[in-house]
Design a binder for this molecule. Structure first.
Ligand code: SAM
Length: 279
């Protein structure tokens, strides 16, 4: 009988945020695959868990997955944890899960904390539908393209963001998505937990003057704030570029951009020329 692969969620800050079942599983498996063994050892020590650990991170994911699958096929149970939260969510895990499935090894989740869910439930933005985009691209051009793709997603947008990029991302979001309600959830479950709510423009200004520190989840509402539609800073050009990249010819791309922005084709064309300095 092959062993079981457990995906075990661990705290995102507050060490008390761990389930009884997680402790039980981490105690009883043959091996714990950790993103950073030293980091996880602190958690294990805190709970008096003596299980052996092995590193499993983005740089050795493929090779390690093969070794772990061999162990699982020999009948050993293995747990995967990341540094914080739920493994495989913007963290290693996915490759191993695929390999386990291909090798008929059962995959069992042991649910618990994840920063995106903690942020979403406290943000005060609609939770009925949400889109999790992981980390946005680090470069502004790629980030704007990504945000352009997400303009019309009818769901709360949730991203992980690095503190040194927060102000730039908020400014890009304001420009591409227009004025919307947004939330910056920082250091959740930790001593300096802070949940800042406001308009994108207010948050962009605030974090342009204030050093953001620690770990951050950024959430953005799905709709423009009332009264902002006419002032919308939306770029016809960004949309046209995107649709052309998707394979439409210029005419069709402009037509689709006009439809998305609820503009007449003539108005979209006029705006495009203005944006490109041709009028
Ligand atoms: N797997 C993790 C999870 O389930 O939340 C996420 C791992 S990802 C590499 C790390 C990012 O998650 C951080 O850069 C930050 O954006 C977010 N994050 C993690 N812990 C957080 C916390 N306590 N407060 C706010 N955001 C956090």
């Amino acid at each position: 009988m092959p062993g079981t692969l457990y995906l075990v969620a661990t705290p995102i800050g507050n060490l008390a945020d761990i389930t009884h079942r997680a402790i039980e599983v981490l105690t009883n498996v043959a091996l714990i695959a950790c993103e950073d063994t030293r980091h996880t050892r602190k958690l294990l020590q805190h709970y008096g868990i003596a299980t052996k650990t092995i590193s499993y991170h983005e740089h050795n994911e493929q090779e390690r997955a093969r070794q772990l699958i061999d162990l699982l096929r020999e009948g050993k149970d293995v747990a995967v944890v990341s540094d914080a939260g739920t493994p495989s969510i913007s963290d290693p895990g996915f490759r191993l899960v695929r390999a386990a499935i291909e090798n008929d090894v059962s995959v069992v989740p042991v649910p618990g904390p994840s920063a995106l869910i903690a942020a979403l439930v406290a943000a005060g933005l609609p939770t009925d539908e949400f889109f999790f985009g992981g980390f946005l691209p680090a470069r502004s051009n790629a980030r704007r393209t990504k945000l352009t793709e997400l303009r019309s997603v009818p769901a709360t947008l949730v991203f992980y963001e690095a503190p040194h990029r927060l102000a730039e991302t908020l400014n890009d979001a304001l420009e591409v998505l227009g004025e919307r309600e947004a939330v910056v959830a920082r250091e959740l479950t930790k001593l300096h937990e802070e949940i800042k709510r406001g308009r994108l423009s207010d948050l962009a200004e605030y974090y342009s003057n204030e050093d953001a520190r620690g770990e951050i989840v950024l959430l953005i509402d799905r709709t423009l704030l009332e009264g902002e539609v006419t002032k919308e800073v939306a770029s016809v050009g960004l949309l046209v570029d995107q649709f052309e990249r998707d394979g439409l010819d210029h005419r069709a791309a402009l037509k689709k951009a006009a439809r998305e922005l609820k503009l007449s084709r003539a108005e979209a064309y006029r705006r495009l020329l203005a944006e490109r300095g041709k009028s």
